[in-house]
Design a protein around this ligand. Structure first.
Ligand code: ABC
Ligand code: CA
Length: 521
Protein backbone atom coordinates (compact mmCIF):
# COMPACT_ATOMS: atom_id res chain seq x y z
CA UNK A 1 0.00 0.00 0.00
CA UNK A 2 2.67 2.42 1.08
CA UNK A 3 4.65 1.45 -1.96
CA UNK A 4 1.70 2.10 -4.30
CA UNK A 5 1.17 5.51 -2.80
CA UNK A 6 4.82 6.28 -3.24
CA UNK A 7 4.60 5.32 -6.90
CA UNK A 8 1.54 7.51 -7.34
CA UNK A 9 3.37 10.40 -5.77
CA UNK A 10 6.38 9.80 -7.96
CA UNK A 11 4.19 9.73 -11.06
CA UNK A 12 2.42 12.90 -9.97
CA UNK A 13 5.76 14.59 -9.43
CA UNK A 14 6.92 13.58 -12.90
CA UNK A 15 3.69 14.82 -14.46
CA UNK A 16 3.94 18.07 -12.49
CA UNK A 17 7.53 18.67 -13.49
CA UNK A 18 6.79 17.74 -17.10
CA UNK A 19 3.90 20.16 -17.34
CA UNK A 20 6.05 22.79 -15.66
CA UNK A 21 8.65 22.09 -18.30
CA UNK A 22 6.09 22.55 -21.05
CA UNK A 23 4.69 25.74 -19.62
CA UNK A 24 8.09 27.37 -19.27
CA UNK A 25 9.90 26.16 -22.39
CA UNK A 26 8.40 26.14 -25.85
CA UNK A 27 11.66 26.51 -27.85
CA UNK A 28 10.15 26.27 -31.27
CA UNK A 29 11.12 25.22 -34.78
CA UNK A 30 10.34 26.94 -38.07
CA UNK A 31 7.37 24.61 -38.59
CA UNK A 32 5.93 25.51 -35.22
CA UNK A 33 6.45 29.22 -35.86
CA UNK A 34 4.80 29.04 -39.28
CA UNK A 35 1.35 28.74 -37.67
CA UNK A 36 1.96 31.84 -35.56
CA UNK A 37 1.37 35.52 -35.92
CA UNK A 38 3.85 37.99 -34.46
CA UNK A 39 3.39 41.38 -32.79
CA UNK A 40 6.62 43.41 -32.97
CA UNK A 41 7.42 45.53 -29.93
CA UNK A 42 10.00 48.25 -29.31
CA UNK A 43 10.32 47.45 -25.61
CA UNK A 44 11.11 51.00 -24.50
CA UNK A 45 8.02 52.35 -26.22
CA UNK A 46 5.32 49.77 -25.51
CA UNK A 47 4.27 49.87 -21.84
CA UNK A 48 5.53 50.48 -18.30
CA UNK A 49 5.05 47.87 -15.61
CA UNK A 50 3.72 50.50 -13.19
CA UNK A 51 1.10 51.62 -15.69
CA UNK A 52 2.57 55.12 -16.00
CA UNK A 53 2.31 57.16 -19.21
CA UNK A 54 5.35 59.43 -19.22
CA UNK A 55 5.88 62.02 -21.92
CA UNK A 56 7.85 60.52 -24.82
CA UNK A 57 9.25 62.73 -27.55
CA UNK A 58 10.56 60.43 -30.28
CA UNK A 59 12.79 63.20 -31.66
CA UNK A 60 14.82 63.28 -28.45
CA UNK A 61 15.98 59.66 -28.98
CA UNK A 62 15.92 58.97 -25.24
CA UNK A 63 14.67 56.13 -23.08
CA UNK A 64 10.96 56.64 -22.37
CA UNK A 65 10.54 53.92 -19.74
CA UNK A 66 8.91 50.91 -21.38
CA UNK A 67 9.99 47.59 -19.88
CA UNK A 68 9.41 43.83 -19.73
CA UNK A 69 6.94 44.15 -16.85
CA UNK A 70 5.01 46.56 -19.03
CA UNK A 71 4.73 43.93 -21.75
CA UNK A 72 3.54 41.37 -19.18
CA UNK A 73 0.83 43.79 -18.08
CA UNK A 74 -0.47 44.13 -21.65
CA UNK A 75 -0.51 40.55 -22.86
CA UNK A 76 -4.31 40.55 -22.87
CA UNK A 77 -4.18 43.47 -25.29
CA UNK A 78 -1.82 41.59 -27.64
CA UNK A 79 -3.51 38.21 -27.38
CA UNK A 80 -6.91 39.85 -27.74
CA UNK A 81 -5.95 40.83 -31.29
CA UNK A 82 -5.18 37.20 -32.06
CA UNK A 83 -1.38 37.29 -31.88
CA UNK A 84 0.35 34.26 -30.41
CA UNK A 85 3.96 35.52 -30.47
CA UNK A 86 5.86 38.71 -29.76
CA UNK A 87 9.20 40.00 -30.99
CA UNK A 88 10.95 42.30 -28.55
CA UNK A 89 13.96 44.65 -28.82
CA UNK A 90 17.48 43.35 -28.13
CA UNK A 91 17.78 42.54 -24.42
CA UNK A 92 21.47 42.97 -23.60
CA UNK A 93 23.25 45.82 -21.83
CA UNK A 94 23.84 48.78 -24.13
CA UNK A 95 26.06 51.85 -24.07
CA UNK A 96 24.75 54.13 -21.31
CA UNK A 97 24.02 57.84 -21.57
CA UNK A 98 23.84 60.14 -24.55
CA UNK A 99 25.76 59.42 -27.73
CA UNK A 100 25.80 61.52 -30.87
CA UNK A 101 22.80 59.46 -32.00
CA UNK A 102 20.93 59.77 -28.69
CA UNK A 103 20.41 57.05 -26.11
CA UNK A 104 20.35 53.32 -26.83
CA UNK A 105 16.60 53.00 -26.10
CA UNK A 106 16.16 50.68 -29.12
CA UNK A 107 18.71 48.21 -27.75
CA UNK A 108 20.92 47.80 -30.84
CA UNK A 109 24.10 49.32 -29.32
CA UNK A 110 25.39 46.50 -27.11
CA UNK A 111 28.24 47.04 -24.73
CA UNK A 112 28.12 43.86 -22.65
CA UNK A 113 26.32 40.91 -24.20
CA UNK A 114 26.55 38.90 -20.98
CA UNK A 115 24.42 41.25 -19.00
CA UNK A 116 20.88 42.52 -19.51
CA UNK A 117 19.67 46.03 -20.29
CA UNK A 118 18.61 47.23 -16.83
CA UNK A 119 16.30 49.85 -18.39
CA UNK A 120 14.05 46.99 -19.46
CA UNK A 121 14.18 45.09 -16.18
CA UNK A 122 16.00 42.28 -14.37
CA UNK A 123 16.70 38.69 -15.33
CA UNK A 124 13.69 37.73 -13.21
CA UNK A 125 11.50 40.16 -15.13
CA UNK A 126 12.59 38.68 -18.45
CA UNK A 127 11.97 35.15 -17.19
CA UNK A 128 8.57 36.26 -15.92
CA UNK A 129 7.76 37.59 -19.39
CA UNK A 130 8.86 34.34 -20.95
CA UNK A 131 6.75 32.33 -18.47
CA UNK A 132 3.73 34.60 -18.80
CA UNK A 133 3.83 34.13 -22.57
CA UNK A 134 4.24 30.37 -22.33
CA UNK A 135 1.34 30.06 -19.92
CA UNK A 136 -0.78 31.56 -22.70
CA UNK A 137 0.84 29.32 -25.30
CA UNK A 138 2.48 32.36 -26.85
CA UNK A 139 6.06 32.50 -28.15
CA UNK A 140 8.89 34.86 -27.27
CA UNK A 141 11.13 36.09 -30.09
CA UNK A 142 14.18 38.10 -29.08
CA UNK A 143 16.20 40.38 -31.35
CA UNK A 144 19.93 39.60 -31.34
CA UNK A 145 22.90 41.49 -32.79
CA UNK A 146 26.15 39.78 -33.74
CA UNK A 147 27.62 42.31 -36.15
CA UNK A 148 28.71 45.07 -33.80
CA UNK A 149 29.02 46.54 -30.34
CA UNK A 150 29.15 50.23 -29.49
CA UNK A 151 31.52 52.45 -27.50
CA UNK A 152 32.06 56.19 -27.67
CA UNK A 153 35.31 57.23 -29.38
CA UNK A 154 37.96 58.36 -26.91
CA UNK A 155 39.79 60.44 -29.53
CA UNK A 156 38.91 61.99 -32.83
CA UNK A 157 42.21 61.21 -34.52
CA UNK A 158 42.06 58.61 -37.28
CA UNK A 159 41.70 55.74 -36.78
CA UNK A 160 39.61 56.59 -33.72
CA UNK A 161 40.46 55.08 -30.37
CA UNK A 162 38.05 53.31 -28.03
CA UNK A 163 38.08 51.83 -24.57
CA UNK A 164 37.76 48.26 -25.81
CA UNK A 165 37.63 46.92 -22.26
CA UNK A 166 34.03 48.17 -22.12
CA UNK A 167 33.03 45.75 -24.87
CA UNK A 168 32.39 42.51 -23.05
CA UNK A 169 33.24 39.69 -23.26
CA UNK A 170 35.53 40.71 -26.14
CA UNK A 171 37.63 43.42 -24.58
CA UNK A 172 40.33 44.00 -27.19
CA UNK A 173 40.78 45.71 -30.56
CA UNK A 174 41.91 42.35 -31.98
CA UNK A 175 38.29 41.14 -31.71
CA UNK A 176 37.12 43.85 -34.14
CA UNK A 177 37.72 44.64 -37.78
CA UNK A 178 40.01 47.64 -38.31
CA UNK A 179 38.02 50.86 -38.48
CA UNK A 180 36.61 51.76 -41.89
CA UNK A 181 33.04 52.80 -42.70
CA UNK A 182 30.88 51.05 -45.26
CA UNK A 183 31.16 53.05 -48.46
CA UNK A 184 30.19 50.59 -51.17
CA UNK A 185 27.10 48.40 -50.85
CA UNK A 186 28.10 46.68 -54.11
CA UNK A 187 31.25 45.35 -52.49
CA UNK A 188 30.31 42.52 -50.15
CA UNK A 189 33.65 42.52 -48.31
CA UNK A 190 33.14 46.21 -47.60
CA UNK A 191 29.60 45.48 -46.35
CA UNK A 192 30.84 42.67 -44.09
CA UNK A 193 34.12 43.98 -42.73
CA UNK A 194 33.71 47.74 -42.62
CA UNK A 195 31.57 49.46 -40.01
CA UNK A 196 28.00 50.71 -39.93
CA UNK A 197 27.50 54.20 -38.57
CA UNK A 198 29.85 57.15 -38.93
CA UNK A 199 32.68 58.74 -36.93
CA UNK A 200 30.19 60.42 -34.57
CA UNK A 201 28.52 57.10 -33.73
CA UNK A 202 30.56 54.16 -35.00
CA UNK A 203 29.24 50.62 -34.67
CA UNK A 204 32.42 48.66 -33.90
CA UNK A 205 32.40 45.74 -36.31
CA UNK A 206 33.07 42.40 -34.67
CA UNK A 207 35.78 40.29 -36.31
CA UNK A 208 33.55 37.42 -37.36
CA UNK A 209 36.49 35.85 -39.20
CA UNK A 210 38.28 35.28 -35.87
CA UNK A 211 37.62 31.79 -34.46
CA UNK A 212 37.68 32.85 -30.80
CA UNK A 213 35.21 35.66 -31.42
CA UNK A 214 33.01 33.41 -33.48
CA UNK A 215 32.92 30.70 -30.83
CA UNK A 216 32.12 33.27 -28.18
CA UNK A 217 29.06 34.27 -30.20
CA UNK A 218 28.00 30.68 -30.82
CA UNK A 219 28.19 29.84 -27.11
CA UNK A 220 26.53 33.09 -26.15
CA UNK A 221 23.45 32.50 -28.27
CA UNK A 222 23.08 28.96 -27.01
CA UNK A 223 23.15 30.14 -23.38
CA UNK A 224 20.88 33.10 -24.05
CA UNK A 225 18.14 30.93 -25.55
CA UNK A 226 18.30 28.50 -22.68
CA UNK A 227 18.67 31.06 -19.86
CA UNK A 228 15.51 32.91 -20.83
CA UNK A 229 13.51 30.13 -22.53
CA UNK A 230 13.47 32.00 -25.83
CA UNK A 231 11.40 30.45 -28.62
CA UNK A 232 12.83 32.21 -31.65
CA UNK A 233 15.32 34.86 -32.73
CA UNK A 234 15.16 37.87 -35.03
CA UNK A 235 18.75 38.27 -36.17
CA UNK A 236 20.01 41.77 -36.88
CA UNK A 237 22.34 42.97 -39.70
CA UNK A 238 22.65 39.54 -41.28
CA UNK A 239 24.09 40.79 -44.56
CA UNK A 240 26.94 42.43 -42.65
CA UNK A 241 28.39 39.09 -41.55
CA UNK A 242 29.84 36.47 -43.90
CA UNK A 243 27.25 33.93 -45.01
CA UNK A 244 29.04 30.87 -43.69
CA UNK A 245 28.97 32.28 -40.16
CA UNK A 246 25.21 31.68 -39.93
CA UNK A 247 24.55 27.91 -40.17
CA UNK A 248 26.45 27.15 -36.98
CA UNK A 249 24.95 30.18 -35.26
CA UNK A 250 21.47 28.88 -36.09
CA UNK A 251 22.41 25.39 -34.93
CA UNK A 252 23.59 26.75 -31.58
CA UNK A 253 20.43 28.81 -31.22
CA UNK A 254 18.39 25.65 -31.73
CA UNK A 255 15.19 27.63 -32.32
CA UNK A 256 13.61 29.37 -35.30
CA UNK A 257 15.85 32.12 -36.67
CA UNK A 258 14.66 34.87 -39.02
CA UNK A 259 17.29 37.24 -40.33
CA UNK A 260 17.24 40.89 -41.29
CA UNK A 261 18.67 41.28 -44.79
CA UNK A 262 17.78 44.89 -45.62
CA UNK A 263 17.58 44.73 -49.41
CA UNK A 264 14.97 45.00 -52.16
CA UNK A 265 16.47 42.24 -54.26
CA UNK A 266 15.51 38.54 -54.10
CA UNK A 267 18.71 37.07 -55.66
CA UNK A 268 20.82 39.00 -53.12
CA UNK A 269 18.65 37.94 -50.17
CA UNK A 270 18.04 34.31 -51.13
CA UNK A 271 21.38 32.73 -50.04
CA UNK A 272 20.77 33.89 -46.45
CA UNK A 273 17.79 31.52 -46.28
CA UNK A 274 20.28 28.65 -46.31
CA UNK A 275 22.11 29.57 -43.11
CA UNK A 276 19.12 30.75 -41.08
CA UNK A 277 15.61 29.29 -41.15
CA UNK A 278 14.47 32.29 -43.14
CA UNK A 279 14.57 36.05 -43.51
CA UNK A 280 12.32 39.02 -43.04
CA UNK A 281 10.98 39.35 -46.57
CA UNK A 282 12.30 42.83 -47.41
CA UNK A 283 12.08 42.43 -51.20
CA UNK A 284 8.32 41.86 -50.99
CA UNK A 285 8.00 44.60 -48.37
CA UNK A 286 9.44 47.15 -50.81
CA UNK A 287 7.15 45.94 -53.61
CA UNK A 288 4.10 46.27 -51.35
CA UNK A 289 5.16 49.65 -49.96
CA UNK A 290 5.78 51.06 -53.42
CA UNK A 291 2.58 49.63 -54.90
CA UNK A 292 0.38 51.23 -52.24
CA UNK A 293 2.11 54.53 -51.52
CA UNK A 294 2.57 55.95 -54.99
CA UNK A 295 -0.97 56.84 -55.93
CA UNK A 296 -1.95 55.94 -59.48
CA UNK A 297 1.62 55.09 -60.43
CA UNK A 298 1.82 52.33 -57.82
CA UNK A 299 2.12 48.96 -59.51
CA UNK A 300 0.47 45.93 -57.91
CA UNK A 301 1.89 43.57 -60.53
CA UNK A 302 5.35 44.03 -59.01
CA UNK A 303 4.09 42.37 -55.80
CA UNK A 304 3.11 39.20 -57.64
CA UNK A 305 6.43 39.19 -59.46
CA UNK A 306 8.44 39.62 -56.27
CA UNK A 307 6.55 36.95 -54.33
CA UNK A 308 6.99 34.51 -57.21
CA UNK A 309 10.74 35.19 -57.26
CA UNK A 310 10.89 34.65 -53.50
CA UNK A 311 8.86 31.43 -53.71
CA UNK A 312 11.28 30.12 -56.33
CA UNK A 313 14.58 31.31 -54.92
CA UNK A 314 14.42 31.16 -51.12
CA UNK A 315 15.34 27.93 -49.40
CA UNK A 316 11.98 26.49 -48.14
CA UNK A 317 10.33 28.99 -50.49
CA UNK A 318 8.31 31.57 -48.60
CA UNK A 319 6.91 29.24 -45.94
CA UNK A 320 9.04 30.57 -43.09
CA UNK A 321 9.60 34.19 -44.11
CA UNK A 322 8.62 37.05 -41.85
CA UNK A 323 5.97 38.95 -43.80
CA UNK A 324 5.61 42.59 -42.74
CA UNK A 325 4.48 46.01 -43.92
CA UNK A 326 5.89 48.20 -41.14
CA UNK A 327 8.82 48.05 -38.75
CA UNK A 328 11.03 50.29 -36.61
CA UNK A 329 13.42 51.19 -39.46
CA UNK A 330 10.95 52.40 -42.05
CA UNK A 331 8.28 55.09 -42.22
CA UNK A 332 4.84 53.92 -41.16
CA UNK A 333 2.31 53.52 -43.96
CA UNK A 334 0.15 56.30 -42.55
CA UNK A 335 3.06 58.74 -42.70
CA UNK A 336 2.65 58.66 -46.46
CA UNK A 337 -0.94 57.50 -47.09
CA UNK A 338 -4.06 58.65 -45.27
CA UNK A 339 -6.78 56.94 -47.36
CA UNK A 340 -8.09 54.29 -44.95
CA UNK A 341 -9.08 51.94 -47.77
CA UNK A 342 -5.48 51.81 -48.91
CA UNK A 343 -4.25 51.43 -45.34
CA UNK A 344 -6.58 48.46 -44.84
CA UNK A 345 -5.35 46.84 -48.05
CA UNK A 346 -1.75 47.14 -46.89
CA UNK A 347 -2.51 45.67 -43.45
CA UNK A 348 -4.29 42.74 -45.09
CA UNK A 349 -1.16 41.76 -46.98
CA UNK A 350 0.91 39.90 -44.33
CA UNK A 351 -2.08 37.75 -43.36
CA UNK A 352 -2.87 36.51 -46.86
CA UNK A 353 0.72 36.17 -48.05
CA UNK A 354 2.85 33.08 -47.44
CA UNK A 355 4.96 33.06 -44.30
CA UNK A 356 4.48 34.40 -40.80
CA UNK A 357 2.60 37.68 -40.43
CA UNK A 358 4.31 40.39 -38.37
CA UNK A 359 2.49 43.54 -37.28
CA UNK A 360 4.54 46.41 -35.85
CA UNK A 361 3.08 47.77 -32.59
CA UNK A 362 1.05 50.94 -33.08
CA UNK A 363 -0.21 50.13 -36.55
CA UNK A 364 -3.43 48.88 -34.92
CA UNK A 365 -3.84 52.30 -33.29
CA UNK A 366 -3.36 54.16 -36.56
CA UNK A 367 0.09 55.56 -35.74
CA UNK A 368 1.60 57.78 -38.40
CA UNK A 369 5.29 58.26 -37.53
CA UNK A 370 7.68 58.72 -40.44
CA UNK A 371 11.33 57.72 -40.62
CA UNK A 372 13.35 56.58 -37.58
CA UNK A 373 13.06 57.96 -34.91
CA UNK A 374 9.50 59.25 -35.54
CA UNK A 375 8.15 55.72 -36.11
CA UNK A 376 8.92 54.64 -32.52
CA UNK A 377 6.04 56.34 -30.72
CA UNK A 378 4.96 55.45 -27.20
CA UNK A 379 2.01 53.09 -27.37
CA UNK A 380 0.79 54.18 -23.94
CA UNK A 381 -0.29 57.50 -25.42
CA UNK A 382 -3.04 55.55 -27.24
CA UNK A 383 -4.44 54.40 -23.89
CA UNK A 384 -4.35 50.86 -25.38
CA UNK A 385 -7.75 51.62 -26.78
CA UNK A 386 -9.49 48.53 -28.09
CA UNK A 387 -12.86 50.23 -28.72
CA UNK A 388 -13.53 52.30 -31.81
CA UNK A 389 -10.27 51.32 -33.43
CA UNK A 390 -11.11 50.09 -36.93
CA UNK A 391 -7.58 48.93 -37.75
CA UNK A 392 -7.33 46.96 -34.53
CA UNK A 393 -10.55 45.16 -35.38
CA UNK A 394 -9.34 44.65 -38.94
CA UNK A 395 -6.18 42.95 -37.63
CA UNK A 396 -8.20 40.84 -35.20
CA UNK A 397 -10.41 39.58 -38.02
CA UNK A 398 -7.42 38.84 -40.25
CA UNK A 399 -5.71 36.85 -37.52
CA UNK A 400 -8.92 34.86 -37.02
CA UNK A 401 -9.33 34.28 -40.76
CA UNK A 402 -5.79 32.99 -41.15
CA UNK A 403 -6.18 30.68 -38.15
CA UNK A 404 -9.45 29.39 -39.55
CA UNK A 405 -7.80 28.80 -42.93
CA UNK A 406 -4.98 26.85 -41.25
CA UNK A 407 -7.52 24.73 -39.38
CA UNK A 408 -9.65 24.11 -42.44
CA UNK A 409 -6.94 23.33 -44.96
CA UNK A 410 -4.22 20.98 -43.62
CA UNK A 411 -1.83 22.03 -46.39
CA UNK A 412 -2.47 25.78 -46.03
CA UNK A 413 0.93 26.47 -44.45
CA UNK A 414 2.80 24.57 -47.14
CA UNK A 415 0.95 25.89 -50.18
CA UNK A 416 2.13 28.91 -52.14
CA UNK A 417 -0.13 31.87 -52.72
CA UNK A 418 -1.25 32.04 -56.31
CA UNK A 419 -1.95 35.24 -58.22
CA UNK A 420 -4.90 35.15 -60.59
CA UNK A 421 -4.21 37.47 -63.53
CA UNK A 422 -6.47 40.55 -63.65
CA UNK A 423 -7.16 42.96 -66.48
CA UNK A 424 -6.20 46.01 -64.38
CA UNK A 425 -2.95 44.48 -63.24
CA UNK A 426 -1.35 47.64 -61.88
CA UNK A 427 -4.25 48.53 -59.58
CA UNK A 428 -5.72 45.18 -58.52
CA UNK A 429 -4.47 41.90 -57.17
CA UNK A 430 -6.32 38.60 -56.70
CA UNK A 431 -4.43 36.40 -54.24
CA UNK A 432 -5.56 32.87 -53.61
CA UNK A 433 -4.65 30.22 -51.10
CA UNK A 434 -7.71 28.09 -50.35
CA UNK A 435 -9.85 28.63 -48.45
CA UNK A 436 -8.81 32.31 -48.68
CA UNK A 437 -9.27 34.52 -51.72
CA UNK A 438 -8.13 38.11 -51.21
CA UNK A 439 -8.98 40.90 -53.61
CA UNK A 440 -6.80 43.95 -53.13
CA UNK A 441 -6.57 47.35 -54.77
CA UNK A 442 -4.42 50.46 -54.45
CA UNK A 443 -7.16 52.62 -56.01
CA UNK A 444 -8.32 54.21 -52.76
CA UNK A 445 -11.76 54.88 -51.29
CA UNK A 446 -13.19 56.71 -54.31
CA UNK A 447 -12.11 54.18 -56.92
CA UNK A 448 -14.22 51.62 -58.74
CA UNK A 449 -12.46 48.34 -59.30
CA UNK A 450 -13.41 44.95 -60.69
CA UNK A 451 -11.92 41.53 -60.24
CA UNK A 452 -12.79 38.37 -62.08
CA UNK A 453 -11.88 34.82 -61.20
CA UNK A 454 -12.48 32.45 -64.10
CA UNK A 455 -13.81 28.97 -63.52
CA UNK A 456 -10.49 27.72 -64.93
CA UNK A 457 -8.89 28.87 -61.67
CA UNK A 458 -10.68 25.86 -60.17
CA UNK A 459 -11.38 27.59 -56.86
CA UNK A 460 -15.13 27.35 -56.40
CA UNK A 461 -18.11 25.25 -57.33
CA UNK A 462 -21.24 26.52 -59.08
CA UNK A 463 -23.50 28.86 -57.10
CA UNK A 464 -21.26 28.74 -54.08
CA UNK A 465 -21.70 31.35 -51.33
CA UNK A 466 -18.56 33.22 -50.36
CA UNK A 467 -18.32 35.49 -47.32
CA UNK A 468 -16.09 38.55 -47.18
CA UNK A 469 -14.97 38.04 -43.60
CA UNK A 470 -13.98 41.72 -43.32
CA UNK A 471 -17.59 42.89 -43.77
CA UNK A 472 -19.66 39.65 -43.63
CA UNK A 473 -21.13 40.58 -47.04
CA UNK A 474 -21.73 37.59 -49.28
CA UNK A 475 -21.38 36.91 -53.01
CA UNK A 476 -22.45 33.87 -54.98
CA UNK A 477 -20.35 32.32 -57.73
CA UNK A 478 -21.80 31.88 -61.22
CA UNK A 479 -23.29 28.71 -62.58
CA UNK A 480 -19.83 27.77 -63.87
CA UNK A 481 -18.07 28.52 -60.56
CA UNK A 482 -16.55 31.79 -61.77
CA UNK A 483 -16.63 34.97 -59.72
CA UNK A 484 -17.00 38.64 -60.67
CA UNK A 485 -16.76 41.39 -58.10
CA UNK A 486 -17.04 45.14 -58.59
CA UNK A 487 -16.51 47.50 -55.67
CA UNK A 488 -16.64 51.26 -55.25
CA UNK A 489 -14.98 51.61 -51.87
CA UNK A 490 -11.38 50.59 -52.51
CA UNK A 491 -11.55 48.24 -49.53
CA UNK A 492 -9.76 44.88 -49.45
CA UNK A 493 -11.91 41.76 -49.56
CA UNK A 494 -11.06 38.47 -47.96
CA UNK A 495 -13.47 35.79 -49.15
CA UNK A 496 -13.95 32.42 -47.53
CA UNK A 497 -16.53 29.87 -48.67
CA UNK A 498 -19.51 29.90 -46.27
CA UNK A 499 -18.98 26.17 -45.76
CA UNK A 500 -15.57 26.87 -44.19
CA UNK A 501 -17.09 29.06 -41.45
CA UNK A 502 -18.91 27.92 -38.36
CA UNK A 503 -22.28 29.22 -37.13
CA UNK A 504 -20.76 29.22 -33.65
CA UNK A 505 -17.42 30.76 -34.64
CA UNK A 506 -16.12 34.31 -34.41
CA UNK A 507 -16.07 34.95 -38.18
CA UNK A 508 -19.41 36.09 -39.69
CA UNK A 509 -21.33 33.40 -37.83
CA UNK A 510 -24.62 34.61 -39.33
CA UNK A 511 -23.46 33.74 -42.84
CA UNK A 512 -21.65 30.53 -41.97
CA UNK A 513 -22.64 27.18 -43.43
CA UNK A 514 -20.02 24.95 -41.87
CA UNK A 515 -20.82 22.45 -39.14
CA UNK A 516 -21.73 23.83 -35.72
CA UNK A 517 -18.76 23.97 -33.42
CA UNK A 518 -16.32 23.58 -36.29
CA UNK A 519 -13.97 26.50 -35.91
CA UNK A 520 -10.38 27.03 -34.99
CA UNK A 521 -10.95 30.77 -34.79
C1 ABC B 1 20.61 56.04 -36.31
C2 ABC B 1 19.63 57.22 -36.31
C3 ABC B 1 18.92 57.39 -37.63
C4 ABC B 1 19.94 57.53 -38.70
C5 ABC B 1 20.89 56.32 -38.64
C6 ABC B 1 21.97 56.43 -39.67
O1 ABC B 1 21.49 56.26 -37.34
O2 ABC B 1 18.67 57.00 -35.30
O3 ABC B 1 18.10 58.53 -37.60
O4 ABC B 1 19.27 57.53 -39.94
C7 ABC B 1 20.03 51.04 -34.75
C8 ABC B 1 18.96 52.01 -34.32
C9 ABC B 1 18.85 53.17 -35.30
C10 ABC B 1 20.20 53.80 -35.56
C11 ABC B 1 21.19 52.69 -36.01
C12 ABC B 1 22.58 53.19 -36.32
O5 ABC B 1 21.26 51.70 -34.97
O6 ABC B 1 17.72 51.33 -34.27
O7 ABC B 1 17.97 54.13 -34.79
O8 ABC B 1 20.01 54.80 -36.56
O9 ABC B 1 23.23 53.61 -35.19
C13 ABC B 1 19.17 47.07 -38.23
C14 ABC B 1 18.08 47.35 -37.19
C15 ABC B 1 18.15 48.79 -36.80
C16 ABC B 1 19.45 49.01 -36.03
C17 ABC B 1 20.60 48.37 -36.68
C18 ABC B 1 21.91 48.56 -36.09
C19 ABC B 1 20.46 47.47 -37.69
O10 ABC B 1 16.84 46.94 -37.66
O11 ABC B 1 17.08 49.23 -36.00
O12 ABC B 1 19.64 50.45 -35.98
O13 ABC B 1 21.98 47.52 -35.09
C20 ABC B 1 21.23 49.17 -42.81
C21 ABC B 1 21.56 47.79 -42.27
C22 ABC B 1 20.42 47.22 -41.45
C23 ABC B 1 19.97 48.22 -40.37
C24 ABC B 1 19.58 49.53 -41.08
C25 ABC B 1 19.12 50.59 -40.09
O14 ABC B 1 20.72 50.02 -41.78
O15 ABC B 1 21.87 46.93 -43.35
O16 ABC B 1 20.85 46.03 -40.85
N1 ABC B 1 18.86 47.69 -39.53
C26 ABC B 1 20.15 50.46 -47.81
C27 ABC B 1 21.21 49.47 -47.44
C28 ABC B 1 20.83 48.75 -46.16
C29 ABC B 1 20.63 49.76 -45.06
C30 ABC B 1 19.50 50.69 -45.50
C31 ABC B 1 19.15 51.72 -44.44
O17 ABC B 1 19.91 51.34 -46.71
O18 ABC B 1 21.38 48.54 -48.50
O19 ABC B 1 21.87 47.86 -45.79
O20 ABC B 1 20.27 49.07 -43.85
O21 ABC B 1 20.23 52.51 -44.17
C32 ABC B 1 16.18 49.41 -51.17
C33 ABC B 1 17.54 48.80 -51.44
C34 ABC B 1 18.25 48.63 -50.11
C35 ABC B 1 18.36 49.96 -49.41
C36 ABC B 1 16.96 50.55 -49.23
C37 ABC B 1 17.00 51.89 -48.51
O22 ABC B 1 16.33 50.66 -50.49
O23 ABC B 1 17.37 47.54 -52.08
O24 ABC B 1 19.54 48.10 -50.34
O25 ABC B 1 18.94 49.76 -48.12
O26 ABC B 1 15.50 49.59 -52.38
CA1 CA C 1 30.42 43.04 -40.04
Amino acid sequence: MTRTIRYVWAAAAIIASTSLFFTTVLAASADEWSKRSIYQIVTDRFALGNGASPRCDTGEKKYCGGNWQGIISKLDYIQGMGFDAIWISPIVENIEGATEGGEAYHGYWAQNINSLNAHFGSADDLRSLSNALHERNMYLMVDVVVNHLVANPTSDSWPQTFDYSLLQPFGGSNCFHPECFITDYNNQTNVEQCWLGYSGLPLLDLDTENTTTVNTMYNWVKDLVSDYSIDGLRVDTVKHVRKDFWPEFAANAGVYTVGEVFIGDVPYAAPYTNGLDSILDYPTYFAVYNAFTNGASGNMAVIADMVTQAQNQYNHGTFYVGSFVENHDNPRIQSVVSDQSIVKNVITWPFINDGIPIIYYGQEQGYQGGNDPANREALWSSGFNTESKPLLNHIKTLNAARKQAITYNPSFLYSKVNFIPQSSASSTLAVSKPPLLALLTNGGSSSTESWSIPNSAGLFSANETLVDVLTCDTVVTGSDGSLSVTARDGLPKVFMPAKTLSPTGSLCAGEAEGPTGFNGA
